[in-house]
Design a binder for this molecule. Structure first.
Ligand SMILES: Nc1ncnc2c1ncn2[C@@H]1O[C@H](COP(=O)(O)OP(=O)(O)OP(=O)(O)O)[C@@H](O)[C@H]1O
Ligand SMILES: [Mg+2]
Length: 229
């Protein structure tokens, strides 16, 4: 196995009047190619902060993130845009689909932001919708889809650019548990067929149990979770 994504000694604090809020202190992380890791931790422990740094949406106060052995250049806008559009895909708790674009168009947006869309891209997006049981919803706007359907589109969208890693932050936290479990099936199936690594922040022990291992964010750093190797 080889390492895909690595964080070395991350520190993150948010400056605030009256004193900085420390969130991460000396946090290390390693994700192998093809591996799925779940991250748990109490509310406010820094899980979203960590995920945002791993995906280049936020900068660490100090420390490094390496993708395929190369440091992510947090302060180079061009490099960051490129990394975010090809290295990594995101699934958030709230889907962030664009309301004026159809399901199919929303899937194609990550590609379109890099280069002109081809027939192959269109086929890939249609196959994803098909795979998600949404082939008859391709021309629907997000407002015309149920919450679970919207989140299925968001899951597929994260994989469109063939990222090395998909980062998911409580992706099904606001859905009915049964629908959430079904979407968990879809996420893990896509990860398998696409050969993508996965970091999933979740409070759901069943979802975490599907990952290869679980890490707990505790006292501002990651430690192996009890009960899951
Ligand atoms: N921009 C900010 N400025 C100041 N403090 C912040 C900022 N963003 C996050 N924090 C603080 O950092 C800590 C970690 O926040 P974070 O959102 O990463 O937690 P979390 O583990 O994702 O929580 P949850 O499970 O509730 O989503 C919290 O105490 C939060 O108040
Ligand atoms: Mg969070």
């Amino acid at each position: 196995m080889s390492t895909l994504l690595e964080a070395r000694h991350l520190n993150k604090s948010f400056p605030r009047a009256g004193g900085a809020v420390k969130v991460l202190v000396g946090c290390d992380f390693k994700l192998e190619k093809g591996e799925a890791v779940a991250v748990t931790g109490r509310s406010g422990s820094g899980k979203s902060t960590l995920l945002n740094i791993l995906g280049g949406l936020d900068t660490p106060t100090s420390g490094k993130v390496l993708y395929e052995g190369k440091p992510i250049r947090f302060h180079n806008n061009h490099a960051m845009t490129q990394w975010r559009s090809t290295g990594v895909g995101f699934v958030f708790q709230f889907h962030f689909l664009l309301p004026d674009f159809t399901a199919l168009e929303n899937l194609l947006l990550p590609v379109q932001s890099r280069r002109p869309i081809t027939d192959q891209d269109r086929h890939r997006a249609e196959a994803f919708l098909n795979d998600m049981g949404l082939s008859d919803r391709a021309s629907h706007l997000p407002g015309e889809l149920s919450g679970g359907e919207q989140q299925r589109v968001a899951v597929a969208r994260a994989f469109m650019n063939r990222p090395g890693v998909v980062l998911a932050d409580e992706p099904f936290g606001n859905l009915d548990p049964e629908i959430g479990a079904h979407l968990g099936d879809m996420l893990f199936r896509l990860r398998e067929t696409e050969g993508t690594s996965l970091v999933i922040v979740t409070h759901d022990p069943v979802l975490a149990g599907r990952a290869d291992r679980t890490l707990d964010l505790r006292d501002m750093a990651l430690v192996p979770a009890e009960g899951h190797a």
